[in-house]
Design a protein around this ligand. Structure first.
Ligand code: SF4
Ligand code: ZN
Length: 709
């Protein structure tokens, strides 16, 4: 059968190219030369996940070619074709890795090449919430640039993460389409081997979130098949190399859709032939069983989560509402049912066309909601979503929250007809859609007169925010009767459970106790369940019978016990999408924290990806803990081991972000002034000895505390 010959031929070709490239590299650099990709703890990720062996030098790479050869069996059976596909993928990874020798940066904008671990961790939550419903891999050149761009846009408008390989990249560039991870269109590279960079993302997801042991190829493929919603669109003409790569994709469970009608075999649900490129989208979604959530919103620009990260530059903006310079605010306010007329959107003041182009203006909007099940506790939860709601409109940018917001409306959006009332339409539609269980009626008032904004901000708005802050301050683990479990991440981390308390938010940073409470109210059978605080086992550790029962139940028995406040004894597990990770720094008897954005090394001798690789997949790992940024200033941070006085090191930027709250807690609990001044960062020390000397000089409290280990 043609399929086998094509796959085997393609595999042979790629193998020969790889062997030659490895030999050439050895001739040039010597066999002890190091090989790696940047910003990953899983070198080389594909080979490591499939075989369990880390390749670090050219010598090891050459030896590994023998292992790849052993996958290249040549029986005419489907499994042999799939294994040849995997072998092709592994070869491609070697070819790509060689490009990075000597710290080279082989890819230039717009191509990304290798994607760092941090991006995979960022994908976790949006993939489970359906915010990113799937991953499209588009390969080759579309019949025309217009058709290619239309296909890419169709996925982008569904919020999909789109990766591009080969000729399609020039086509989207030619049509002036914006690309980049922030708009979810990521050109990988022009060589077909660069497709490995998205395969590498899928395989690392299995290691990071799925607790798949490297080398367990069977479970690896089961994981990607069941949990990574990816698919391939390959344009004609398919050559045997592309087909061999395609066999690898199918082996991982990713269907391939192609318009190469001459290519004979088609395999139901796995290899689909379609002449008409405009039907690729629907066919791909169906083959991979991807469901798209649609909220219809009556606005003149596109609306999709893919536009959330879009940036509007100063020169491109029609008008800017800037809360840092003039009075602005956004507010959700609970009203009586009789006070709210559903879908009423009122603009009080001038519209956008009355403002000078490029000027700074005031804006304030009050979203008034009413419903029998509405609670004031849900106001901040809904309000915090405004950022994402407004950002999803193409050409509109929103940053900040409360009375520190900034909104930019681009000239493009303005020319398309976008006006102030459309902000109201967005907020109305999304609030009604996402909170239908608690919001029966919703109306929006938009104020654009400077004096109205000033009066309201310093009156009603401040009053409401103050009341809310008081409520938040009074919310402590002791003051409430229930905690919540969250199992949203089980879509990727099948045995992971977060226990969310008022003083310990979910490790992703996105789920506070109030969020969990609202989620439970919205979906009583959903991801967040009530844990009634009962059966204290150890107050200091935060050990409760009811918490243990809950994690046992929701982890399907994978976890027996979890404590709320200890990093050493039955610590909470991690899925993989944590904002920060802390790990014990033995010399100073404290912990060092790294955040996902931090690219350097910590005094643990590890980078963020390396520390992060120590935990995840729902497994308990004493000594390492994934957590949210806000948890750093919590009175419950490592409370069982002495609390936040244990923090000895943090990246400078993170330290600045958390300083105000952390210093306030340290002062209140331990009477320490400016605690952050005692904490090291990368400008002070990157190794334990220098850090220790610094801590001694500052008389850091951790040095005098009980040994951690
Ligand atoms: Fe995932 Fe935990 Fe965040 Fe829930 S709280 S979304 S389980 S990380
Ligand atoms: Zn997660």
């Amino acid at each position: 059968m043609l399929l086998f010959d094509t796959v085997f031929n393609g595999n042979d070709k790629v193998y020969a190219i790889t062997e030659e490239a490895v030999n050439a590299a050895i001739a040039q650099h010597g066999e002890d030369k190091a090989v790696s990709f940047p910003d990953t703890a899983y070198v080389l990720p594909c080979y490591y996940s499939v075989t369990g062996t880390k390749i670090t030098t050219l010598k090891e790479m050459k030896e590994a070619l023998g292992v790849i050869k052993s996958l290249m069996t040549r029986e005419r059976r489907l499994n042999d074709a799939f294994m040849s596909g995997v072998a092709t993928a592994l070869c491609a990874e070697f070819v790509e890795a060689l490009k990075y020798i000597d710290g080279a940066t082989p890819y230039e904008a717009p191509c990304a090449g290798h994607l760092p671990d941090a991006i995979i961790r960022e994908l976790g939550v949006p993939l489970v919430t359906g915010d990113i419903p799937g991953v499209a891999v588009i390969l080759g050149s579309a019949p025309s640039a217009d058709e290619g761009v239309a296909l890419v846009k169709s996925y982008q408008e569904q919020g999909m993460l789109v990766t591009l390989v080969g000729g399609i990249i020039d086509q989207v560039v030619e049509k002036g389409m914006k690309t980049g991870a922030n708009v979810r269109v990521v050109p990988l590279g022009k060589d077909v081997t660069s497709v490995i960079h998205v395969v590498s993302v899928a395989l690392r997801a299995a290691l990071i979130f799925g607790n798949i042991k490297p080398g367990d190829a069977a479970n690896l493929m089961k994981y990607t098949f069941e949990r990574v919603p990816a698919f391939v669109n390959a344009f004609k003409p398919l050559d045997d190399v592309i087909v061999a790569c395609g066999a690898g994709a199918i082996a991982l469970g990713f269907p391939v859709i192609t318009n190469d009608m001459e290519f004979t075999p088609s395999v139901p649900k796995s290899l689909i032939k379609l002449d008409d490129v405009s039907k690729f989208n629907a066919a791909s979604l169906e083959a991979r069983d991807i469901k798209i959530k649609i909220t219809h919103i009556d606005i003149p620009v596109s609306f999709a989560s893919a536009f959330e990260g879009e940036i509007i530059r100063r020169g491109d903006m029609q008008v800017e509402f800037d809360g840092s310079r003039v009075d602005c605010f956004e507010l959700v306010q609970t009203k009586e049912l009789t006070e709210v007329e559903d879908h009423k959107i009122e603009l009080i003041g001038p519209d956008i066309d009355e403002f000078e182009v490029g000027s700074k203006q005031s804006i304030g909007f009050v979203v008034e909601v009413a419903g029998k099940k509405m609670q004031t506790d849900f106001e901040p939860v809904i309000e915090r979503k405004f950022h994402s709601y407004i950002n999803c409109a193409e050409g509109i940018m929103h940053t900040g929250q409360r009375d520190m917001i900034r909104i930019r409306v681009s000239k493009e959006a303005f020319d398309a007809g976008f006006r102030a009332k459309h902000l109201g339409e967005i907020l109305y539609a999304k609030v009604k859609n996402d909170y239908e269980a608690v919001v029966d009626r919703c109306q929006v008032k938009i104020y654009t007169k400077a004096e109205d904004c000033t009066n309201l901000r310093h009156g009603l708005v401040t009053e409401m925010f103050d009341k809310r802050d008081e409520r938040l301050l009074s919310l402590t683990d002791e003051s409430v009767d229930v905690y919540y479990s969250c199992i949203l991440c089980q879509a990727f981390s099948p045995s992971h459970v977060c226990v969310v308390t008022p003083e310990r938010l979910g490790l992703c940073g996105a789920v506070s106790w109030l969020d969990a409470k609202a989620t439970n109210e919205l979906e009583p059978e959903g991801a967040c369940q009530i844990i009634t605080k009962e059966g204290v086992l150890d107050e200091k550790l935060g050990a409760y019978e009811s918490v243990n029962d809950a994690v046992k139940k929701y982890s399907m028995g994978a976890l027996e016990r979890v404590t709320l406040y200890s990093i050493m004894e039955d610590p909470m597990t991690s899925c993989g999408c944590f904002e920060c990770i802390c790990g014990i720094e033995p010399l100073s008897n404290g912990v060092a924290i790294a955040n996902r954005e931090y690219a350097g090394v910590t005094p643990l001798g590890m980078t963020f990806p390396e520390m992060a690789s120590m935990t995840g997949g729902g497994v308990q790992t004493p000594g390492f803990m994934g957590h949210g940024k806000h948890f750093i200033s919590s009175k419950k941070f490592m409370a069982a081991e002495g609390g936040l006085e244990r923090i000895v090191w943090m990246p400078k930027e993170l330290k600045e972000t958390v300083a105000e709250r952390l210093n306030a807690t340290a002062k209140e609990m331990y009477g320490i002034d400016n605690f952050t001044d005692m904490i090291g960062d990368e400008t002070i020390a990157e190794d334990p000895e220098t850090l220790f000397a610094f801590l001694q000089e500052k008389n850091h409290p951790a040095l005098g505390m009980d040994p951690l280990m």
